[in-house]
Design a protein around this ligand. Sequence first.
Ligand SMILES: NC(=O)c1ccc[n+]([C@@H]2O[C@H](COP(=O)([O-])OP(=O)(O)OC[C@H]3O[C@@H](n4cnc5c(N)ncnc54)[C@H](OP(=O)(O)O)[C@@H]3O)[C@@H](O)[C@H]2O)c1
Length: 265
Amino acid sequence: MGQQIDDGDDMLTTSYKEDKDCVAIVTGGSRGIGAAISKRLAKRGMVLNILYERDARAAEQVAEMISSEEGKVTTHQVDVSSEAEVNSLVEDVIASAGGIDLLINNAAISDDHLIMMTTLQEWERVLKVNITGTFLMTRAVLPYMLDQGHGNIINISSNSARIPGPGQAAYAASKGAVESFTRAVAMEVGRKGIRANTVAPGKIMTDMTRNLVDKLGAGTDGSRWGTPDDIAAVVSFLASAEADYVQGQVITVDGGRLVMRPHPR
Ligand SMILES: NC(=O)c1ccc[n+]([C@@H]2O[C@H](COP(=O)([O-])OP(=O)(O)OC[C@H]3O[C@@H](n4cnc5c(N)ncnc54)[C@H](OP(=O)(O)O)[C@@H]3O)[C@@H](O)[C@H]2O)c1
């Protein structure tokens, strides 16, 4: 499918392959939100490349589930904060699949400490995985997306970028950077047929938040915990031609938590 938009001086051309021909990379696709995104995109028929760092078993389980439903999937052990590993992964995917149409930068870590207690090493590790990883993956796929004249990049931030909790300085800073970076990508290559958007989840039940769920219980502030599928649904929309006119945006998916949080009055 192709679409041409006459925008004065610029002719913007965005094309979308059929789902079955669409090659996707999902970083952190082995667990939580990334696993839900991978399963949903695979159900649509896309060719999935799932990245994980340590937990090979979790990645294999997701791949087995996808394969059992006739989905196409390969798992790759890649540290997204390693320039060499990222570049070689992208070369491998291009060599085997012939292109990359969709990149979901979902992998991230959190390591919460109050600012005064945060070591430089802890700070740098969070930023290195969350924002440098997003940069490295994006930089590696862009030449191919530009060559083929289309591409779609969806980055996962967090509503902690706007309402950080105590101890979340490094995580919040990294997620704010992901949102700014996404706008920069849209600005630089949006006129070359590439879309870049961010999805900002609220509190979603995954391994990352398991401690919090145990500590706070579900729905203590009147809002329910989200599920990985709540996020995957919006990512899937952005990964479709129906979202063709959505560019450079942050879409918050938090059950209204940002607007419904307790008001000082
Ligand atoms: N859960 C929430 O409430 C919430 C809220 C807002 C935003 N988010 C964001 O949503 C995304 C997914 O979160 P989640 O809760 O699903 O996380 P999760 O359950 O902790 O899973 C994290 C995933 O990232 C992978 N990963 C971590 N470091 C990596 C690295 N250096 N290189 C490659 N892969 C790496 C992990 O692989 P291994 O298991 O192999 O290490 C795993 O697949 C993250 O960007 C997170 O910041 C989550």
